[in-house]
Ligand binder design. Structure first.
Ligand code: SF4
Length: 62
């Protein structure tokens, strides 16, 4: 699975980075989340991040 996010829509809540720190991190410079590993195997973690993200800006690409 490949994951991506719309950085512009991110509201900086940190939920994705808390749930999947191996995939997402908060950018110190912009304050927004960013993807650090695009190809992921822990799909449960990503599904949780997608459903938790209040801005609905995390996307799964098969
Ligand atoms: S969960 Fe969504 S809104 Fe929150 S930091 Fe991650 S991408 Fe941004």
């Amino acid at each position: 699975m490949t994951v991506d996010l719309d950085t512009e829509s991110c509201i900086e809540c940190c939920a994705c980075a808390d749930l999947c720190p191996e995939v997402f991190e908060m950018d110190d410079r912009t304050g927004k989340a960013r993807v650090i590993v695009f190809e992921v195997t822990d799909t449960i973690c990503i599904e949780e991040a997608i459903t938790t993200c209040p801005a609905e800006c995390i996307f799964r690409r098969e």
